[in-house]
Design a protein around this ligand. Structure first.
Ligand code: ZN
Length: 75
């Protein structure tokens, strides 16, 4: 016999806290790759993350150049 509890758990407390703080956490957070201006390390940052190299702590990052092949969004 399975003694499964049928307790209804409320909404995710973490999500609720985030909602209270007004933090929007998109599921598709795009990570953008940057190159550190000091040690040339590749740093991928998502939106809202502080711009800072994870290897040396340098705060100047250059956005990596994407290929010329740019995909246009289909309408
Ligand atoms: Zn660095």
């Amino acid at each position: 016999m399975s003694s499964q509890q049928s307790t209804q758990t409320p909404a995710n407390p973490h999500a609720q806290a985030a909602a209270l703080l007004g933090i929007a956490v998109p599921d598709t957070a795009k990570a953008v790759e940057y190159t550190c201006g000091d040690c040339d390390a590749t740093v991928s940052l998502k939106r809202g993350e502080p711009i800072r190299c994870r290897s040396c702590g340098h705060r100047v990052l250059y956005k990596q150049r994407t290929n010329r092949m740019v995909q246009f969004e289909a309408r």
